[in-house]
Design a protein around this ligand. Structure first.
Ligand code: TXA
Ligand code: MG
Length: 321
């Protein structure tokens, strides 16, 4: 296992070859770091599950280099899904579509659908293009953390999460800090109307404006989208949503909210974009400082605030309704 410093084109090429040879490659995307494997190699994919400790019936997202490759993985793609892909790819959007024969049970968890995304990070695109040059079809990549834990947003955190489980031929690519810091928006496109399964940086408003239809967050599908397990994206410290803290507890809120006396300020984001980008970093910081509780003041309103609230609520381990 090797961590490369700001991965070069040669290192990306080597990583594409490693994927083709059945090894695992962790790589940066604009959302969070993914743990990648050849989506057609059952043995390699099974290592993703064992490395993460993830239940085997839990589907993975296939990453491709461009929309041109979508037809390999999905069939019967509705018009509105193509519209979304054309508008938001490359970008933080995953579409759940009817699967093609290429998408086997070992990546879809036995479901008839498949999740597909074109990420926007230049290293991710380059890795996927190089992999496709070697006749690879797609790379499955869940977030590169232990199941239920906080997604890593830099290569050091990938190493801390799963480094001890990786083997000598596996690779961690380095592409700095993730621009967005929260996982992609997931939209179920298997029925005549889109449904958001996981909110993200592609917001309800952006989707509704494009499709001129209203979309809502699914409150079922609880078993299949791992983020819908009750405790997820969770640090070791207990996460509570509040405004007041006790001595020595971590505190996270927008910059205009002042720090309660004796609280440990974990971050002071001044925009929603910064809040999203710093949320998981703040969770990790609290664990590094061995804080027992993190008190979070949720941002209000629509847009990215929905995704931030979703992740914080999941991290509290308590259902949102
Ligand atoms: O931003 C992201 O999406 C990151 C980066 C690495 O691309 N990936 C990511 O993967 O967050 P993961 O596996 O941690 O979360 C993907 C979610 C899972 O909760 C999974 O259950 C859901 O997508 N998913 C994948 N395929 C699905 C399907 N066919 N139907 C329903 N949910 C699906
Ligand atoms: Mg994940």
């Amino acid at each position: 296992m090797e961590i490369t410093k700001n991965s070069t084109q040669d290192e990306i090429k080597m990583a594409a070859k490693a994927l083709k040879d059945g090894h695992l490659v962790a790589f940066p995307t604009e959302t969070v770091y993914g743990l990648g494997a050849d989506a057609t190699n059952e043995k390699a994919v099974s290592r993703i599950y064992s490395t993460k400790g993830r239940p085997a019936d839990h589907p993975l997202i296939v990453h491709i280099s461009s929309i041109d490759k979508l037809g390999k993985w999905a069939v019967g793609i509705p018009e509105y899904a193509l519209k979304l892909a054309n508008k938001f790819w490359p970008g933080p959007l995953t579409l759940i579509l009817k699967r093609s024969d290429l998408a086997k049970d070992f990546i879809t968890g036995g479901q008839d659908s498949v999740g597909v995304r074109v990420p926007a990070h230049p290293i991710a695109i380059s890795l996927l293009s190089e992999f496709e040059e070697l006749f690879g079809h797609g790379v499955v990549a869940p977030s590169a953390n232990k199941f239920g834990a906080v997604s890593p947003t830099n290569s050091k955190d990938v190493y801390k999460e799963i480094g001890n489980k990786l083997l000598s031929n596996d690779i961690i690519l380095n592409g700095g800090n993730c621009e967005i810091g929260l996982e992609s928006t997931i939209i179920d496109c298997t029925t005549h109307l889109p449904m958001i399964l996981r909110p993200g940086a592609i917001t309800y408003e952006m989707i509704e404006n494009l499709l001129v239809t209203s979309v809502r967050l699914s409150n079922f599908n609880k078993t299949r989208v791992s983020g819908n397990f009750i405790s997820h994206y969770a640090p070791t410290a207990e996460v509570v949503i509040s405004e007041s803290t006790f001595d020595g507890e971590g505190f996270l809120a927008l910059a205009n909210i002042s720090t309660p006396i004796n609280a440990v300020r974990l971050s002071s984001p001044s925009t929603l974009e910064d809040y999203a980008k710093e949320l998981y970093v703040a969770f990790r910081k609290a664990d590094e400082q061995k804080l027992l509780r993190i008190v979070v003041v949720l941002p209000e309103g629509g847009g990215l605030a929905e995704a931030i609230r979703d992740r914080v609520i999941k991290a509290t381990g308590k259902p949102s309704n």
